[in-house]
Design a protein around this ligand. Sequence first.
Ligand code: PAF
Length: 283
Amino acid sequence: MLLHKINEVRTQVKEWKKQGLTVGLVPTMGALHNGHLSLIKKAVEKCDRVVVSVFVNPIQFCPGEDLDKYPRTLEADNKMCEDAGVSIVFAPTPTEMYGQNQMRTNDFLTYVIPPFFYVNKLCGKSRVGHFDGVCTVVNKLFNIVNPDYAFFGEKDAQQLIIIQKMVQDLNIDVEIIPCPIVREESGLALSSRNKYLSDDDKIQALALSKILNNIKNCYDKGITDVKALKETAFQFLNEHHELEYLEFCDSETLEEKQTADSKTRVFIACKVGGVRLIDNILL
Ligand code: PAF
């Protein structure tokens, strides 16, 4: 069932809750691919009813980012969800979600602001305000859908950690279910933004997973010095790559590491053909 209105979703979910059914939420921005499908399948397996939200959230895009050209494929998304056993696809308009306050400004909109320590690094460093927009919309979706479980991909590991922190800090009554990264056979992590890559870019984009896998192999062989591990990356980079960061952080607290251990997650962001790609691996 494709719904566009907050009230319609609320009414339906209330009905389910009265019947004692469990509800899962998979928040997405649409342009669904097999990565999303793995979250949806997990949700359908675990919950009696599943809501997938499809909303390109304007307040999480920074000026100059791809808000206008972000792929919008609602018909195909809806079909994929129906086939997978999803009960509701919730696709609100920006006006339905934010009224007239659709600009990235907290002059007229109540925001949920995640802690500085968690956002002042990795993607948060270049995408200033991005996680304010993410936490605000995810909080709104939690309030609208009132899910028992919500499913997030480890591909956006910083986002996942920040959402877990928000749920803990604000005592939100939902269990967050992390879902592993889905990759193409080549190793490329699935992302809606892969649609922007040319065939050549796709080959160059393999550098990200190669760098991460090589670091994991070196760590498994006993190298734990982060500086030394970082240096192993350069052999995979060339003029097609614009490395934004390669960082080693604690997988729960995002504390930066000088010495890697089994709780360390390695995060990478790199532009390929002008497309900003991210990936990560747990050591
Ligand atoms: O990961 C995403 O697609 C978005 O950041 C999310 C969680 C749906 C919020 O808009």
